[in-house]
Design a protein around this ligand. Structure first.
Ligand SMILES: [Zn+2]
Length: 314
């Protein structure tokens, strides 16, 4: 399994050499979700979001690098148009993407499509990969899609500025409806989807696949430690970060035999998210799809979910 090999290599590369004792769930979180009504939950969301930005900023300072979007020529890709697109990232690096668009003038809803460990923009278009070609699938359903190749970092959230720049890129395209932008990703791409939707309210809906889990569950399995920049573990249960997406529509995909995220811990995590959405009066906007199999995208509910979430706002 290529993804597993890549994942383990990435884990080995990212593991701090001095780490010996297993990381434990904190006895007490600094900012757990304890709100009992929307008047308390809103300020909690703002405070946690501000803290997340601080955590990322401490590892990877935000720079005002010019975006320098360079879309290539579109060619027909059987059901949609596909082009290369490059832009300049936060650290002045060139970021390669596949951009797709439907035929016609638009404006169209758009989806940022995110790969995980060992993945790239090609794999997320490949129907034979664990991503099941999700970018191409959304493209055929009438969405503009933007699928970058993002580097593995010491800490996955270090990519937050570049994730937000993907939304900036979509805002430069005249055929994209800026009010209808979603995100979908698997594995570290699911984690990035959580970060982007939690921190950037320009994102209207999200699908988080093969990532959402309680902190206890993430730590129970030898996952790549890149999910955990200094300061994050102590903040709140990692599942509660998804509450920052509320009231916007959120679908969680959980594979029942996912070797990275134990299904019982994804249930515990999902209950925390439902509690947050309920307090914020938006429980109808959060859903989980569990399905047989291992660490992989499903799409069975994720395709109609974003179709409904992003088309109903039109
Ligand atoms: Zn990693």
């Amino acid at each position: 399994m290529l993804w597993l090999v890549s994942f383990l290599i990435a884990a080995a590369q990212a593991a701090p050499a001095a780490q010996t004792a297993p990381v434990q769930v904190p006895e007490k979180f600094q900012m757990p979700f304890q709100a009992t009504n929307a008047d308390e939950a809103g300020p909690w969301q703002q405070s946690v979001r501000a803290r997340l930005f601080e955590i990322v900023q401490a590892q990877n300072p935000h720079k005002d690098t010019p975006l320098d979007v360079k879309p290539g020529e579109f060619t027909d890709a059987r059901g949609f148009q596909k082009a290369q697109l490059t832009f300049t990232g936060n650290e002045s690096q060139t970021i390669d993407c596949w951009l797709t668009r439907p035929d016609g003038d638009g404006p169209f809803p758009a989806i940022v499509c995110l790969h995980g460990h060992g993945g790239d923009r090609d794999m997320i278009h490949d129907p034979e990969s664990i991503y099941k070609g999700l970018a191409a699938q959304y493209a055929r359903r009438g969405f503009v899609t933007l699928a970058p190749t993002l580097a593995h970092c010491p800490y996955a959230p270090n990519q937050l500025w570049n994730l937000m720049r993907l939304v900036d890129v979509l805002h430069t395209l005249p055929y994209v409806d800026k009010s209808r932008i979603g995100v979908a990703g698997l594995s570290m791409g699911g984690e990035w989807s959580m970060w982007l939707a939690a921190c950037d309210t320009r994102v209207s809906a999200a699908v988080v696949s093969g990532w959402m889990c309680s902190t206890e569950g993430v730590l129970r399995v030898p996952n790549c430690p890149c999910w955990m920049p200094p300061g994050l573990l102590e903040l709140c249960d990692i599942a509660e970060v998804h509450v920052l997406i509320a009231p916007r529509p959120l679908l969680i995909e959980s594979a029942i035999s996912d070797g990275c995220f134990p299904i019982d811990a994804t249930q515990t995590g999902f209950e925390k998210i439902v509690r947050g959405y309920t307090v914020l009066g938006a429980v109808q906007n959060v859903r989980r799809h569990t399905f047989p199999g291992g660490h992989a995208w499903s799409g069975e509910q994720a395709y109609p979910f974003l179709e409904k979430a992003l088309n109903s706002q039109h």
